[in-house]
Design a protein around this ligand. Structure first.
Ligand code: SPQ
Length: 423
């Protein structure tokens, strides 16, 4: 797919439903009793993988556009799958589902695509094993495929070495089946959608600081859920409006959960002209309309507790920093190396190929902004966030930018290019 310079992006857009929340509706809806109805479900490939995995365990899930109906089987109603469960490209499906599978009265295998088979699973194998789970990385490399033999689980307190919502959620989901209290403490608070949705489904959960504590329960009550727009998808339009001359974009119905809104904080620190109009709450998830106008930006420092609040936005924030005056430093973000691609390496190499002044560090990037970008051939590495970030960079570069593997945006935003074109 090819991109050339654009000006004056104008109009309104509604981005698709939040990926993290959509996944969790399938997991909890499957374990609930009765029918959970979800509106605004993200029809991206990752969330469809979650649906397929739970269908393979006997859950009836119907989909009509972005409405999904999950006929829950109760906490103890999943059936043994007859084939390996295929999580596709989705780290969230793999890790969260492992927490549930660890407690089932059957053995299952979880696998995924080439990218999933390289992503680290030791981070969930360690705590789930401490709870009594029997999980084996079949190739012995601590990655998927994983063979999971369900076991009776014991509650633990786990001090997580990483701020990861996937690690935290895998443990909390396993905790639903444990013989006592299970808690997780993380170095910084990661996204808390699991905790909020546990509460909505009637699961006893207590959160204090960076610790979440769950008590085993017998019943989950089916819910009606409206999924807010994904701020990680909105991020591309926020940055596009900020750096494309003479632009003004309103993004409607965006989830602005405080554990996810780091990009707004960064934009404000960089001097962005950005208005956030709060609308309402959906199952405790706050929602807003966001209006963004072209702005003169300055560099900033992004580090520490802010990192988990914008981890998936760092590729597009790196693009943003190229258009700011001065230096932007991103540190404490070593987690970027174990996403769908090594996002520190891929962003640094490709932005450099476009003429930017970017240096990779062990835990982030140093970006000296203000150098004009020119077109280049960009390999997405089949990483949706890389493809979308370079689409925005290409629209603000001289000459032509070609993105190979551009179709991988189907993972989280199937209509991304059509929506961008409309603006
Ligand atoms: O699901 P997957 O593949 O891990 O997706 C990514 C993404 O860019 O969409 C990460 F590559 O998002 C993760 C996110 O980085 C989704 C997620 C969640 O829903 O719990 C949590 C974050 O990962 P982590 O490892 O910090 O828990």
């Amino acid at each position: 797919m090819k991109f050339t310079k654009r000006t004056a992006l104008r109009g309104e857009i509604t981005v698709p439903g939040d990926k993290s929340i959509s996944h969790r509706t399938i997991l909890l809806g499957s374990l609930a009793e009765g029918m959970t109805e979800v509106h605004g479900f993200l029809q991206g490939a990752d969330c469809l993988s979650s649906i397929a995995c739970f269908q393979a365990m006997g859950v009836t899930i119907e989909r009509e556009g972005d409405t999904v109906r999950i006929h829950g089987k109760g906490l103890h109603g999943l059936q043994a799958p007859t084939q390996p469960l295929d999580a596709g490209n989705s780290g969230t499906t793999t890790r969260l589902m492992a927490g549930i599978l660890a407690a089932q009265p059957f053995t299952s295998t979880v696998t995924g695509d080439a990218s999933i088979q390289k992503r680290p699973m030791k981070r969930i194998i360690i705590p789930l094993t401490q709870m009594g789970a029997n999980i084996v990385s079949i190739r012995g490399n601590d990655c998927a495929p994983l063979r999971i033999q369900g076991m009776p689980l014991t509650g633990i307190h786990y001090q997580s070495p990483v701020a990861s919502a996937q690690v935290k959620s895998a443990i909390l989901l396993a905790g639903l089946y444990a013989d006592g209290e299970t808690s997780v403490t993380e170095p910084y608070l990661s996204r808390n959608h699991t905790e909020l949705m546990f509460r909505a489904f009637g699961i006893p959960i207590h959160c204090e600081g960076t610790t979440a504590t769950v008590h085993p329960t017998e019943h989950l009550t089916a819910q009606q859920i409206i999924v807010p727009g994904d701020i990680s998808s909105a991020a591309y339009f926020i940055v596009a409006a900020l750096i494309t001359p003479n632009s003004c974009i309103t993004i409607r119905n965006v989830g602005i959960n405080p554990t996810r809104d780091g990009i707004l904080e960064v934009c404000r620190a960089m001097g962005a002209d950005l208005t956030v109009e709060p609308l309402r709450r959906e199952q405790s998830e706050p929602v807003a309309d966001i209006t963004v106008r072209t702005s003169a930006l300055k560099g900033t420092v992004i580090e520490g507790s802010l990192i988990p609040k914008l981890i998936d936005e760092l590729p597009i924030i790196a693009v943003l920093a190229c258009f700011a005056s001065g230096t932007t430093i991103i540190r404490d973000a070593q987690e970027l190396k174990v996403k769908e691609s090594n996002r520190i390496d891929v962003m640094t190499r490709h932005l450099t190929a476009m003429g930017a002044d970017v240096e990779a560090t062990d835990d982030g990037m140093i970006i000296h902004g203000g150098k004009p970008l020119h077109g280049a051939v960009i390999d997405s590495h089949l990483d949706h966030r890389i493809a979308m970030s370079f689409a925005i960079a290409g629209m603000n570069a001289d000459g032509e930018t070609e993105i190979t593997g551009a179709e991988c945006v189907t993972i989280s935003y199937p209509d991304f290019y059509q929506d961008l074109k409309r603006l």
